[in-house]
Design a protein around this ligand. Sequence first.
Ligand code: 8YV
Length: 314
Amino acid sequence: MGTLGVLMTFPMLPYLEEELAKRFNLFRLWQSPTTKQEFLRQNSHSIRAVVTSSRVGAGSDMIEGLPKLEIVSTFSVGFDSIDLRKCRERGIRVTNTPDVLTDDVADLAIGLILSTLRRICVLDRYVRSGFWKTGHSELASKFSGKSVGIVGLGRIGSAIAKRAEAFSCPISYFSRSEKPNSKYKYYPSIIELAANSQVLVIACSLTEETRHIVNREVIEALGPKGVLVNIGRGPIVDEPELVSALLEGRLGGAGLDVFDNEPEPPKQLFGLDNVVLLPHIGSETHETCKVMADLVIRNLEAHVLNKPLLTPVV
Ligand code: 8YV
């Protein structure tokens, strides 16, 4: 397999890098002695595969600059930062890492709900700064029994629903169409879902249809006692609207793992105690990243051997 030239776009995981280097002719884009464009130009005829993730993706410039590209294997379930249209046009295959990260992302959604409602991060700071000895902390909000609305009842949304059920939460959802076998209440409008939820969790993928689907009206419907949790993608939410609703108390709180402009979340949120901010770590556990890396490699190996890809997108 040593002849397959594989471009890794940034250092995602040492294990993945080592295993790729053992099997393939690995090009590390971040180690280029020249500019990235120049590095791509110099090696464009050797690179037949790209390993990337949701952070960097594979945009039209990169794909156009690689005439021998056959496959893009992303170390993520999301493929919104890959130019799929261009890949289809050129017959370039695309694979992702579904299923293996579902538990981690759903666990984190519950973690964000609990830490926002129960003020876990604020109270951790309270203890560390010595206030416990002298002051009283404000009461928090209960999670068990709160109505949970899920935007996108796919693999991850369903796993969140299952976990929230264990907290005795009534579950409802919004998605493109009603799921025939689902026991949860379906709302054909996201505004209606938000109006009937105390916690709204974004678990859909980013597409042209879902960009800014959580707009001012949806935020108003969730209201000053409602909590928004986003483990999907930043641009699903109209971020300036979210920020102003939080600053003006028109939304109760938010737990966010994703943002419009990562790694630079809106600074206006830094002073708010009703907000929990995480650096896009939905799938980042030792266990899951290892399995994701193995899946990236197995897809590339299948491609080299002309076997069916394990988790094809295109
Ligand atoms: C990150 C994700 O890509 O899978 C996705 O689509 O957004 C996440 O899993 C992952 O954390 C890699 O850094």
